[in-house]
Design a protein around this ligand. Sequence first.
Ligand code: TIU
Length: 225
Amino acid sequence: MTNVNIQAEPTPIDVKLDETALIVIDMQKDFLRHGGYGESLGNDVDLLARTIAPIQQVIKAMRDRAMLVIHTREGHLPDLSDCPATKLLRWPEGRRIGDQGPMGRILIRGEEGHGIIDEVAPLPDEIVIDKPGKNAFYKTDLEAVLRERGIVNLLVAGVTTDVCCSTTVSGANDRGFNAIVLADCMAAYDETRHKAALEIIKAQGGIFGWVTDSQKVLQALSKAA
Ligand code: TIU
C-alpha cells in the first residue's frame, strides 16, 4: 500500500495510507455555536471557526482516497449518570451541563447542541465515537475500532487544542499510535493555549507526536498513487 512522507515537526513522518485515519474531534454546535457549552464556560466560540475550511479540505481528500474518517462527540446521558460531579458542579446553575439552553440541554446526547456542525458532518457510514470525557479513548471503543482496522497513524483535527485534542493525542501516544496534529485544523478558546499545547506535543523530539498542517497533508496525499 502507498507510503507517503508528511512534512512535520519535529521530524517528517512516513505513513502508509491504509494504516492512517483522520480523527475529527468534537466539532459540535456545543463548542462552535453561540448558546452551547463552550459559551457557557465563558468562551468566545467564534475563535474556533477558522478550523472549518481546512478540516473540510482534509476530510474530502481522505474520503476521495477511501481512507478512514472518524468523528467524536463529547456529551452525556440525559440522566447525567456518566458525568462526574467535578465536571458538573464547577459552574453556576443555569450554565451547567444538562441545563436548558437555546440549542437544547447543554452537552447532552441527542440534543441539537450535541450535534456536529453541518459543514463537517459525518457521512452515514462514518464512525462517530460518543465520549463522556475529554480524551477520546476514555470509556469508548476507539482503540478497538483503530486496532480492528490496522490503523497506526492518527491525523488529528478538531477542538479544542488544549483540552479534548491534547488529551486524545496523549491517549494515542500511550497506546502506541502515532498522533499527527494538523495545527490549522485545530483551535482553542485562547491563542496562547493553542500554541502552548502544540509546542508541548512536538517538544522533546516529539514527546506526544508530530505537528503539521492541512496543506502539508494534502501535498503528501496528492503524491500518492
Ligand atoms: N472538546 C473539548 O475540547 N471540550 C472542552 O471542554 N473544551 C474546552 O476548551 N473547554
